[in-house]
Design a protein around this ligand. Structure first.
Ligand code: ATP
Ligand code: MG
Ligand code: MG
Length: 346
C-alpha cells in the first residue's frame, strides 16, 4: 500500500492518520517533539528538527505524498521534499505563516481584513495605534495560535511598555462582530471544490471553545461572499486539500480574520456531523481520490473543546450516550491545552 507523510505531530496529524488508516494508507509522521500524539497511531515516526534537510529527504523518500497539519513549518528546508509530493504546496504556507502577507494576499483577492498597520519595532507602535485607532489588538506576525502572542490595546497608553519581537507585529483594529464563522473547503487534485456548512464559532480568551449549527441568520447571509473569497484563494494557490478561512460576521459584511492551510478545529464537528469529515476529505484530496460529500447530516450540531486541565475524568463524558468523545492522548493536561472534543449531532 502507499504511505502518506504528515509534517507535524499534534492532534490534527493524529486524526488525519486515523482517516488515512481507514482508507488503507500507512502514515509516516515527521515532528520535532517526542511526545507526538500522531505518532501513537502511525506506522512510522521520524523525530527530527524542521531544519534537518537530510532527515526531511529521507522522510520524503519513504512517502508517496506528504502533507502538513501545522502551518508554521519553516519553508526553506522543505525544498528537500520533491515539490510534486508536497500537498498543499509551500506557497500556501508562506502566505499563511505571516499575518501581513496573508492580509495583503486577501486584499489582492478582493477580501477585507480588519484595518491594520505594520509594527516592525517598539517605536512604531504609537503611530500605528494612532492611525488604525482603538480598541485594537497587537499580534505577532508569526507563530501565534490559540490567541497567544496577542496584546489588547484599549487606549494609546496601553501601548507603552510592550516589547515588539524581532519578527515584528501587526496592529489591527478590534472588529465589532455579530459572530465568528469559518469557511472550510476541500479542493481536489482535479480542481473540484466542496464546502462544509459554516458553524458559529465561539472563542473565549482567543481560544475556540465551541462550534455550533445552526449558525445565526447573519452567517447564512454572508457565507456566499465569504465562500467566493475562500474559493478564489484556493484557486489562486492551486491548492489541494482542506483550507480554512476565519471570518467575522459584521453589520457591513464578512471581515476576513485569518486562514489556515490545513484541517481546522472549527471543522471537527464534520467527523460525525457531515457525510464526509474534513480529515477523510483531506486525505482523499492528497491521495488524488474522489472527494466525499460534505453535506451536514443534521441541522443541529455542537462541537465542544475539552481544554486542560480537565475538570473531571474525560471519559465520564460518555455517561451521556449522545456524546461522541475524541481524546487526543495527551499525557500532560496543561492549562489551555486542547485535550479532546465532544460532538453532539441532532
Ligand atoms: P488560531 O488558534 O485560530 O490560529 P490565533 O492565535 O491565530 O488563533 P486569531 O484568530 O488572530 O488568533 O484571534 C483569536 C480570536 O481573537 C479570534 O477568533 C477572535 O475571537 C479574537 N480576535 C482576533 N482578532 C480580532 C479582531 N481584529 N477583532 C475582534 N476580535 C478579534
Ligand atoms: Mg491563527
Ligand atoms: Mg484564529
Amino acid at each position: 500500500g502507499s504511505t502518506i507523510g504528515i509534517l507535524g505531530g499534534g492532534q490534527l496529524g493524529r486524526m488525519l492518520a486515523m482517516s488515512a488508516a481507514q482508507l488503507g494508507f500507512r502514515c509516516h509522521i515527521y515532528a520535532p517533539e517526542t511526545d507526538s500524539v500522531a505518532a501513537d497511531v502511525s506506522a512510522h515516526f521520524t523525530n527530527a528538527s524542521w531544519h534537518d534537510r537530510d532527515a526531511l529527504t529521507a522522510f520524503a523518500a519513504s512517502c508517496d505524498a506528504v502533507t502538513y497539519e501545522f502551518e508554521n513549518v519553516p519553508v526553506d528546508p522543505l525544498a528537500a521534499i520533491p515539490t510534486d509530493l508536497l500537498v498543499p504546496g509551500t506557497r500556501a504556507l508562506e502566505i499563511a505563516q505571516d499575518r501581513v502577507s496573508e492580509k495583503r494576499f486577501i486584499e489582492e483577492h478582493g477580501g477585507r481584513p480588519a484595518p491594520f498597520a505594520l509594527v516592525d519595532q517598539d517605536d512604531e507602535l504609537p503611530a500605528a495605534v494612532e492611525r488604525v485607532g482603538t480598541p485594537g489588538i497587537l499580534k505577532t506576525r508569526r507563530d501565534g495560535y490559540d490567541g497567544k502572542g496577542q496584546w489588547r490595546i484599549d487606549s494609546a497608553g496601553d501601548a507603552q511598555g510592550i516589547r515588539v519581537p524581532l519578527s515584528g507585529c501587526v496592529y489591527e483594529r478590534m472588529v465589532q462582530f455579530e459572530c465568528e464563522f469559518s469557511v472550510i473547503l476541500v479542493r481536489g487534485r482535479d480542481g473540484a471544490v466542496r464546502f462544509w456548512d459554516s458553524t458559529r464559532n465561539v472563542h473565549e480568551g482567543g481560544i475556540l471553545v465551541r462550534s455550533e449549527l445552526p449558525a445565526p441568520g447573519i452567517v447564512g447571509e454572508q457565507v456566499a461572499e465569504a465562500r467566493k473569497l475562500a474559493g478564489k484563494v484556493a484557486e489562486a494557490l492551486g491548492y489541494v486539500g482542506v483550507l480554512t478561512s476565519e471570518f467575522f460576521a459584521t453589520n457591513d459584511g464578512p471581515v476576513f480574520n485569518e486562514m489556515a492551510p490545513r484541517v481546522h478545529n472549527s471543522g471537527h464537528w464534520t467527523m460525525e456531523g457531515a457525510v464526509t469529515g474534513q480529515f477523510e476529505n483531506h486525505i482523499r484530496a492528497v491521495a488524488g481520490l474522489p472527494l466525499g460529500d460534505t453535506a451536514s447530516v443534521s441541522d443541529t450540531i455542537t462541537m465542544l473543546n475539552l481544554i486542560g486541565p480537565p475538570a473531571m475524568q474525560l471519559r465520564s463524558h460518555l455517561a451521556d450516550p449522545a456524546n461522541h468523545l475524541h481524546l487526543y492522548g495527551k499525557a500532560e493536561a496543561r492549562d489551555g491545552r486542547k485535550l479532546g472534543h465532544i460532538t453532539r449531532v441532532g
